[in-house]
Design a protein around this ligand. Sequence first.
Ligand SMILES: [Fe+2]
Length: 183
Amino acid sequence: MQGNILRELIIKALPELQLIQNEHYKKAVISIWEEAYSASGWENLEDVPKSGDVVEYSNLQHSRSVTLQAIACADVIQSIHQINVDRDILITSALLHDIGKCFEYTKEGMKTRYGKLMQHGFYPVQKAIEHDLPLEIQHLIVTHTGLSKIMPQTVEALILHYVDYLDSDVLLHVLNKPLFLKK
Ligand SMILES: [Fe+2]
């Protein structure tokens, strides 16, 4: 896929990008998605599966769902508890957290060698550093998964971690598969 076509497809596929106020963060998310798809060679944005056991839903759907759920949580936490949540940090991280899945699975949901040797938070953190995204965002990405031995240390990181597992378990539930909750 040509660079500018891919870029336009990404902007169209991710309307949540427009909710990021910080222009540098927004451009970095678009560039990182573009670089991930270019390097991994997937033909269509929606071809990357959510995970090996959830190939019926795409990583694109999951990333959008997690982002919107994270924003909904931030709204409630802010309005009911008056606890401040940094939306730009949260939305940017939510849109990036699983982009490493481009390298983790084949179309059939089989683990690639990369997927066997790396946890999927590594690629987006590496890209976040390359694109000068702050440590706060790197932290959210690396701690979104239970594969991290470092636990979430900020309110934003807690929200991302839990909504990611919520969305994952809802999809596993409707597919009659074992939940993360039970693992
Ligand atoms: Fe996820």
